[in-house]
Design a protein. Sequence first.
Length: 143
Amino acid sequence: MSLAPSPPPGGPPPPGRRQRLRARWADRHALPRFSYWLLSWGAVMLSVCGALYVLDGFLIGWADAYNVLTGITSPADVRPQWCAWPLSLTGWAAVPAIIGAAAGYVITEQIQAHHARDLSDVVDELRRLAERPGPPPSSGGGV
């Protein structure tokens, strides 16, 4: 029977597995906006859409589920219809919304990365550049 090593004297005990997982879950707020959205709401939305597609794949067939999701086939043309209508609405509204949200976050991050300077900083830099340069520094030795 082996004994677990005792914690070093003094100081708090090392964090347990549960505390480490909670800390990692809380750290997601430090991620960029797109990554945070993808891990929070994006994952939920994609999971719901995926689960609905899998359910319809088993009930109406995989090819019909794909055709209903993409709008090629009307949900009224497949049986059972009760599961095809939510899949059709998902393909019509939720999938473009997810793609639009992802594109919006990526574009916003790119714009903010290039729009980081204040107008006063730009004007000050232009004034410095417009000032007349002084005389060129003289070299100490003769030729």
